[in-house]
Structure formats: C-alpha cells, structure tokens
Ligand binder design. Structure first.
Ligand code: AVI
Length: 348
C-alpha cells in the first residue's frame, strides 16, 4: 500500500495537557469514593496496549480466537448476505470503531477485496498513534492500491457523524471484540442508540459480543496462568506513577478477577494487600493555587479498586436490545463452539 492510500483526518486532536488534567481529576474522584474505582479506558497507554495485544494471543483469552474464527469462516457469507445488493459502481464506507492492531479486520477486508466490493476503509480512534500503527500494519498486509484507507482521529460518534456527512454513501460500521462489554449497561445501550441515530436508514452495523458460558472459562480469560492480565491491570498503577507522580508500590497490590454468572459480568479489581497510604503530588498541577499540595489515598488491608467490568451476553438479549433501539437484526454468526457472536443489524 502506498502512502497516498492512507490518509488521516484529525477531527479532535488529543490535547495532552487536557487529557492529563482529566486523568488526574478522574483518579482523585475515583479513589476518594467509599468504593474505589478507576475507568478501564485508562488501561490503554503504550504499555497497556502492548499488554492487551499479548492478552489477545493467549489461549485462555478465547475471545479473539473465536472472533477470528468467525471472520475467517463467515466473512464471505457476511459480504454476500448483507452487501450482495451493492451495485458494481457503488463505493461503500467500511467504518471501524477501535480497530486496535487490525488483526481481525484484515480478514474481513480481504473478503471484501476478493468479492470485488468497492469500499473505503475508515477506522476511527481517538489516538493518532494507534491510527498510524494501524496504517503501518495494513501496509504490510495489502498490495499497494488494493485498499483505500482514511483514518479518522476522533471520538467514535463524532467520527461517524463526520463520515456520514462527508461521504454520503452506504455505510457498514464494525464494532468488534466485545468492546461494548466494557460499557455500563445503560451506557452501552445509549451508545448503540447514538450509533443508530447517526447512521442512515439501510446502513449496517456489525457488533462482536462475548457470550455467557461456563463461568470458570470466562473467569480464566481474566485471570490467565501466565499473569499477562495481572500485568495489564497493574499497569494502571504504573501509569499513574509515571504520569501523575503517585506513589503506588506495585508489590502491595494484587490483581483479582471474579465472574458473576447471574449478571454475566467479569469484574477486575486491584486489591491493596495491606493498610497503606498512597500520595499524589498536585502542587502546580492546575495552576490555580487552590488545590492541596498533595492528595492522600488511604487503603485498608484488602480494600479493592474496581478497574474493569466485561459484560457477557445472550444472543437473545443482544437481539432484543438492538431491535428495540432502531436496528433490525439481520443475522448472527458464531464460532464452532458458540462462545462468541458477531451480529449484523440494519438501521431502520
Ligand atoms: C477490550 N475489552 C473488550 C477487553 C475485555 O475482554 O473486556 C479488555 C480486557 N481486559 C482484560 N482482558 C481483556
């Protein structure tokens, strides 16, 4: 792929200072609550993104392998069944939310190329760096001129809005990897609703969801034997030490994952193994002079910080959620074990 086939539009450039300020505020608020919590969105600095790539390679983290199998086995059928009516002269938008390193997308894009569908691939990500890494990875895997890529650096919804306005064509939005599971229940539904109302009637949406299964298996996916998920979770503390000057001693915290089969949610925590106080220097951080010199976060022995929820679904619950908020479910595709599902829905 040549440089000219990979363009990037920056709609909302990540403002480093503002992002750091938000991170600091989030930590102060999250660690001052009676039940401490931090958002899993802060996992993904460079170290965390690399650790997540390692998690995706783990046998115990079955999600990636299952979705890979679905895409390898069914991409041809997905293209024929849902894009078969696209005329030869029509170009479509293939929009992807959070493509990561693009390993799964490549399989689907290859199927589109083989089927002769004319499309522009439009990944959306808030990180410019993630976008350029994705571009490089696609460069390795596709012949020059086989693929036209236009990355959008933006929040997801504003990115979709930009694409719909600037490229009034049929769109297919991909939201793979069960990323919806990291939203709160109501936040996830609101997000899907917003996607539906931003797209046009007849546009398509494909969403990956991890399914409820043997609870022990789900639990192992978040508590792997090599300890990669442990490192991934603990990196949140290292990141705070690096970026916010906190004094977390990683030896005094442990990763703990649990799974609630009733609710269908895997939950990850960082547990303080002893009573301790962690400090964060804030002098000069905001520049307004009315903040204390430093914040203190007191941890009781075995007190937990909630760091992530990963929701699991039944296919029926996914279908009824989509059908109730402006989509019509077309078809669901499964891996051979029925552990994971990719559902295609149309905007009505
Ligand atoms: C990105 N997300 C869907 C992953 C998940 O399964 O919730 C993140 C992850 N956390 C621990 N392992 C993987």
């Amino acid at each position: 792929m040549t440089e000219s086939n990979f363009d990037v539009t920056v709609i909302k450039e990540e403002n480093k200072d503002e992002a750091l300020k938000q991170f600091r505020l989030h930590v102060i608020q999250g660690l001052s609550r009676p039940q401490k919590q931090l958002s899993s969105m802060y996992f993904y600095d460079d170290v965390g993104s690399e650790l997540f790539a390692q998690i995706m390679d783990l046998e115990e983290y079955y999600l990636t392998g299952c979705e890979m199998e679905i895409l390898r086995t069914h991409s041809k059928a997905i293209v024929e069944n849902h894009l078969g009516d696209v005329s030869d002269s029509e170009i479509i938008n293939v929009i992807e939310l959070g493509a990561g390193d693009g390993r799964k997308t490549r399989v689907f894009l290859t199927a589109l190329v083989i089927a002769g569908v004319k499309f522009e691939y439009i990944p959306i990500d808030i990180s410019y760096r993630a976008m350029t890494l994705l571009g490089k990875s696609l460069e390795h895997h596709f012949e020059r001129d086989a693929l036209s890529v236009h990355g959008i650096v933006a929040e997801y919804i504003e990115g979709i809005r930009f694409v719909v306005d600037s490229r009034p064509r049929k769109s297919l939005v991909l939201f793979l990897g069960s990323s919806l599971g990291n939203f709160s229940k109501s936040g996830g539904v609101a997000f899907l609703r917003e996607i539906g109302s931003t797209l046009k009637q007849g546009d398509l949406f494909m969403i990956g969801t991890d399914l409820k299964k043997n609870p022990e298996m789900t639990l192992r996916a978040y508590s792997d034997s090599l300890g990669v998920t442990r490192k991934f979770n603990l990196n949140l503390l290292s990141r705070m030490n690096r970026e916010l000057g906190t004094t977390f001693d990683l030896k005094k915290f442990k990763h703990y994952a649990s799974y609630d089969p009733m609710d269908g949610t895997a939950v990850s925590y960082l547990i303080s193994t002893e009573k301790q106080t962690v400090y964060m220097n804030t002098s000069g951080a905001t520049g307004n002079g009315d903040e204390p010199e430093r914040h203190e976060f007191v941890f009781e022995a075995y007190e937990a910080i909630h760091t992530e929820s990963s929701r699991k679904y039944t296919v029926e619950s996914m279908h009824s959620a989509l059908n109730s908020i402006g989509f019509a479910v077309q078809e669901t595709y499964y891996d051979s074990q029925h552990w994971f599902a990719d559902t295609v829905a149309k905007v009505v």
